[in-house]
Ligand binder design. Sequence first.
Ligand code: ZN
Ligand code: FE
Length: 248
Amino acid sequence: MLHIHQFPCLSDNYGFLIHDGASGATAAIDTPDAEEILRQAGAKGWTITDVWNTHWHPDHAGGNAAIKAATGATITGPAEVERIGQAPDRIIGQGDVVKLGAFEARVLDVGGHTLGHVAYVFDSEHVAFVGDTLFALGCGRLFEGTPQQMWASLSKLAALPRQTTLYCAHEYTLANARFAASVDGDNPELAVRIKEVERKRAAGEPTVPMTLAEEKAANPFLRAPLLLPELADWEAFAEIRRRKDSFK
Ligand code: ZN
Ligand code: FE
């Protein structure tokens, strides 16, 4: 099996280490906090062999150089990661396959939050690492891409099998839930989900990962075409994203 170790770091990021017991290969998905990632790997008895970046933002690629210096890890990521000061050893994009021991992840181009943002999908495990593209009950802000591009990216994720486990990079869920309730207040599945999110956060538990099925039932960005049926799908998404950007 593919071992996945998730831990909080920085103010609201999650770090992820994935490990193949057979080969010993271990990848850090993004590098929000090099020191904490190295500490967590050490506690597991794992040696980091790889870094897989989702996008160039400092809370995702800022620890690349320190982890490479400490471990000699191979850095895999989209070309835009060069902006953080160190080019990936392997530049990947849509359709590429990345291996961790015997496990294979497919690369999806999910641009929008940044232009080159990618997701890593382990089809055999029904697991996807989605960075800052899709959050629990939310989605990433459009810093670089267009609403059409982000809608196409979210649609790629939405087309994965419903049981897919989604690992996103931030614990933003309570704030996302407040906004979701403001635009989709009649959705009983959202109401149930919000209760669950509130319980988990009150208990100090993460709300990440989540399943695609849960998100399809309650995420207002995936549900935008249902919430605003008079608009084209991407326009409905754009409108919900605009409302979130000005939500207080
Ligand atoms: Zn980001
Ligand atoms: Fe981020």
